[in-house]
Write a protein that binds this ligand. Sequence first.
Ligand SMILES: [Fe+2]
Length: 187
Amino acid sequence: MKQSEINLLLNEAAECLKKHNWKLPPEPEWCATDFGLGDYEKAGLVEVLLCNEPEYCEKIMYARENMVTPCHTHYEKKEDIIVRHGRVKFTLWNKNPEENKAEGTVEIKINRKMETKKSGEPFELKEGERVTLTAGVWHEFAPVGGPALIGEVSTYCNEEIDNVFADKKVDIFQAPEADEKVATPCC
Ligand SMILES: [Fe+2]
């Protein structure tokens, strides 16, 4: 991903946070990724890490309409993904969809109540709603109808060893292409 694209997305995220009156702590930890797939409008996400403690973690994230966080699961992390602003389409699978046909169901907590979703069938959550994802549930999400602010509250986040993406081409640690200076947004 180009540094200029990162700068653009971080600025956009900062504007969206400001517009929706989200206050960030001093020196927030920003990052933007295209998941190493080279087209951030298709697959991309901005994350602001608010805290990451051994017992819990909190993030606020931003994505444009249809910018997908591609299908992945976690070995250990349990996370609530919360629609803070906008609408978000989620798809869940009980097995890696790259290796298995989507079939069967996923038992999942939505807004604190257990629900049964069909594996591989998208559903939408609106502002204020949340899904509780346990380790092993494959998940993908993207804003619909406009950009979204998406919260995450989880157990400890260890991206280096705990994230498993269905698409083996995904690389969230790819170094940015330095076509512009790093610009931290002010928020
Ligand atoms: Fe996740």
